[in-house]
Design a protein around this ligand. Structure first.
Ligand code: FAD
Length: 307
């Protein structure tokens, strides 16, 4: 396993420890502000408006995952519907991301499907695009089944995510290709064992480029979601060389990460979206961001020291 991935695995493991979690929840507020727009919908909309002024569109994401009761899942659905209704009033592109475990996937696939259906009915009427994030490997198959079911029911404004670190992803792409999918391509953010995922950054990057190029060639709309300068550069070069127009793909980055690059890409005429998370349940999201970059450990230390 390479060092960056070993670091990620360690951070994600330590983050689950109740003592660490308690400490970060008490003292890590300064830290969460770097990656999260705020705890309320109003704060998220304000952040989205500021991005719009810079030519970057927002993907609003109500934080929450792995709910443990149907009641909780239904409460999240209600909050997401509030978001959809608020976006319906906005003049900018309307875009939401969510997680199926937020809608009860771990309780039952039928429940998650039913709650997704409710969201999509309102979202389609309001012109809001909805993307299902991809979570860890045990949930991939169910996520794809739900995607397939909803596309068969005729919901068009729905996208999903593929992760280049999983060995299975190319076959998953074959599975969803008939639905003319809108795919966000990412490297993958979870701690995955070597039985299911590449453990070497070079292989994950190579697979990312392979999948990206295949999708672009086959006419799939691709949201290229990475901060990696090499991969962004290669995406630009490839699309230019192949004559793939800028309306066949876009770049997506995370709120708070490389904001100057987000603005630069927008100025160059690319569609750019920033993933804007908000809400009270920020801990797992923040842990994954810390795990992505060894330098981020200093941010944790500084924040715990009150800096
Ligand atoms: P890396 O090789 O990790 O990073 C490249 C460079 O980017 C780093 O050297 C650094 O300069 C910068 N960088 C990367 N991460 C950070 C950070 N946290 N803080 C500061 N700088 C950083 N993963 C999923 O598993 N499922 C999803 O549904 C999903 N959705 C995503 C949506 C968007 C819009 C984005 C951008 C990412 C999403 N991810 C998702 C996360 C993704 O899988 C990666 O974990 C994450 O993007 C980091 O990988 P990278 O491609 O930026 O490359």
């Amino acid at each position: 396993m390479d060092l960056t991935l070993a670091y990620r695995s360690l951070v994600l493991q330590v983050a689950e420890h109740p003592w660490v979690k308690g400490l970060i929840l008490r003292r890590g507020r300064g830290l969460y502000r770097r990656y999260v727009a705020g705890e309320t919908l109003e704060e998220a909309l304000k952040a989205a408006e500021a991005l719009e002024k810079e030519g970057v569109h927002a993907i609003l994401d109500l934080l929450g995952e792995m709910v443990r009761s149907e009641e909780e899942a239904r409460a999240f659905q209600e909050e997401i519907l509030k978001l959809v209704r608020a976006l319906a009033q906005k003049p900018w592109p309307r875009y939401v991301s969510l997680k199926l475990t937020q809608l009860g996937l771990d309780l039952s696939e039928e429940l998650a499907l039913e709650l997704m259906r409710g969201i999509l009915r309102e979202a389609e009427a309001a012109g809001v695009f909805v993307r299902m994030d991809m979570e860890d490997s045990p949930r991939v198959e169910a996520t794809l089944r739900i995607y397939e079911a909803l596309r068969k029911e005729g919901f068009a404004g729905l996208g999903l995510v593929l992760q280049s670190y999983l060995y299975r992803t190319e076959k998953d792409l074959d599975w969803i290709l008939p639905y003319r999918p809108n795919v966000r391509l990412v490297k993958g953010a979870y701690k995955e064992p070597k039985e299911v995922a590449f453990q070497d950054k070079r292989l994950i990057d190579a697979e990312f480029l392979h999948l990206m190029k295949r999708m672009l060639r086959e006419g799939v709309y691709v949201a290229i979601a990475t901060h990696d300068p090499r991969l962004i550069g290669e995406a630009k070069r490839y699309t230019e060389a192949m004559g793939i127009p800028k309306d066949r793909f876009e770049f997506q980055l995370l709120f708070g990460v490389r904001p100057e690059e987000q603005r630069r890409l927008a100025r160059e005429g690319y569609t750019v979206r920033a993933y804007v998370p908000y809400g009270r349940f920020w801990y797992p999201y923040l842990s994954r961001r810390i795990a992505e970059r060894p330098e981020n450990l200093w941010l944790v230390v500084r924040s715990l020291l009150g800096g």
